[in-house]
Design a protein. Structure first.
Length: 126
């Protein structure tokens, strides 16, 4: 990912995601989704908050797509190790994003000097 402008970086990702999303649920589609992990590692921090949320949603959508493909019998994770690894990577990305947001929210509460109140009542975050 050599692009230096974050909006262009995300625009490329978004176009690729839209193309992949339209493909049939098979090993060829999900092998491409494996690259989401590389994108997360090298580009996620450069994105705007809105594009970070859009990236998270794209990962969630692909994770659900894999789960639906497994449920429908289109994919067998026990027979297709690359797809299983891709699903694990998506889960790791989503977990990392959630952890990062939780830490940020805690820090925001501390800075506002409302940590106990803020953290015990989510309505104070709004």
């Amino acid at each position: 990912m050599k692009e230096n402008e974050p909006h262009k970086i995300f625009e490329g990702f978004s176009k690729a995601h839209a193309l992949l999303d339209r493909l049939d649920n098979d090993i060829y589609k999900y092998r491409q989704v494996d690259i989401y992990n590389d994108f997360y590692s090298s580009c996620y921090e450069k994105l705007s908050k809105g594009n970070q949320v859009a990236f998270q949603r794209a990962c969630q959508k692909m994770e659900k797509s894999i789960e639906a493909a497994v449920s429908n019998g289109e994919v067998d994770l026990s027979q297709q190790l690359p797809i299983k690894k891709t699903k694990e990577k998506l889960a790791h990305i989503l977990s990392s994003i959630k952890e990062q947001r939780d830490i940020t929210n805690k820090d925001m509460c501390r800075e506002a000097d409302t940590y106990p109140k803020c953290w015990t009542s989510p309505s104070h975050l709004i």
